[in-house]
Design a protein. Structure first.
Length: 350
């Protein structure tokens, strides 16, 4: 384990999206504790999320926005009311802030915490997180020397936790056939999760060989290239005409939702975690499909302790979704590579 330098500089590098397609790395002030429940961490690594591509492509508004919501790092400063953390702890945090004590958190949905706070962008050298006690989870043993282990931990902050939620919502488990719509980092993580949870058969949809190869490595038993109704028909062929027991929808488009619903059997489960963009579901169609649906922003904080144990035990290696690792100052190139689908997910070395 490495010894972390706790000296905090005055300035740091941070990624700013000026406008669609325009990403800069700027020098800004390092954040400090503002509220008594805050913590400031020194990032060990950051990354670019598929959801960051929506504003990059002009599909949602952006104007000089500090970027990043996935993070692992070392605590360098805490507020007076922080009880579960100390300076020097290596931590993983959810992309959604939570106090982890309100009724909604206790019911298993910290991503919709009644007292949620905010954080500064994580594509930076330092970040400030509110509600630190409820949001951050300490990793036993401190910061690892192995960059692959750091990548695994970083994946848990969002993409793995989101894929895990999709698989849990789809009721993945022994004896089940689970189909996954989407071959991006979240969809691939859902494949890993579905297999880790004991699913008998995992079906992936992909027509890109690099992504299909990683899907198979993560546990996909079958890869289907067809989409839409043709893809759903292939799932039914594999399930005696019934459809999958559960489907993970990890894209957020109309086509992906339609495909997920068409691939699911009556009485089955659809876990939808793709950020919705112009999706509409016909009420009568849904009525007669008779499926369970659960989704939204993943309650990653709920899963983090278990995911950390699985990573530490070597059961899962989610960091393989990072197909490129580049310096933070080259973030603009990382956005371009993901936008052009040259990379699945880009890790930013801080």
């Amino acid at each position: 384990m490495t010894q972390e330098d706790m000296t905090i500089p005055e300035k740091m590098k941070a990624v700013v999206m000026i406008a669609p397609g325009d990403v800069e790395v700027q020098e800004i002030d390092v954040p400090h504790v503002v509220k008594s429940g805050d913590a400031v961490i020194k990032l060990a690594a950051a990354c670019i999320c598929g959801s960051d591509l929506w504003p990059y492509r002009g599909l949602q508004p952006v104007d000089h926005q500090f970027m990043g919501h996935e993070y692992v790092g070392t605590v360098v400063e805490i507020g007076d009311d922080v009880k579960t953390l100390k300076v020097g702890d290596f931590v993983i945090g959810s992309f959604m802030v939570s106090d982890n004590t309100c009724e909604i958190c206790q019911a298993g949905f910290p991503s919709r915490c009644a007292n949620a706070g905010t954080y500064t962008g994580s594509q930076a050298e330092y970040m400030r997180i509110e509600e630190a006690d409820g949001t951050l989870v300490v990793v036993p043993g401190g910061k690892p020397d192995d960059p692959d282990r750091i990548a695994d931990y970083l994946a848990a902050s969002d993409v793995l936790g989101t894929g895990w939620f999709a698989a849990v919502a789809a009721e993945a488990g022994p004896g089940k056939t689970i189909a996954v719509v989407g071959d991006g980092a979240v969809g691939l993580s859902a494949i890993l999760a579905a297999k880790a949870l004991g699913s008998e058969k995992v079906i992936a949809f992909s027509r890109h060989e690099d992504r299909a190869a990683l899907a198979r490595e993560f546990g996909a038993d079958v890869v289907i290239a067809e989409r839409g109704e043709e893809g759903a028909a292939k799932v039914k062929e594999l399930t005696n005409g019934l459809g999958a027991h559960g489907v993970c929808e990890a894209v957020g488009t109309q086509q992906s939702m339609d495909q997920a619903l068409a691939s699911c059997r009556p009485g089955g489960y659809v876990g939808f975690v793709g950020v919705s963009h112009d999706q509409k579901i016909d009420g009568m169609d849904l009525f007669f499909r008779e499926v369970h649906m659960l989704g939204g922003p993943a309650p990653v904080r709920r899963f983090l302790p278990d995911l950390i144990k699985r990573i530490d035990n070597g059961e899962i290696h989610p960091g393989k979704v990072f197909t490129a690792r580049i310096p933070l100052e080259d973030a603009a190139e990382g956005y371009k590579a993901m936008d052009e689908r040259k990379e699945i997910k880009v890790l930013l070395e801080v």
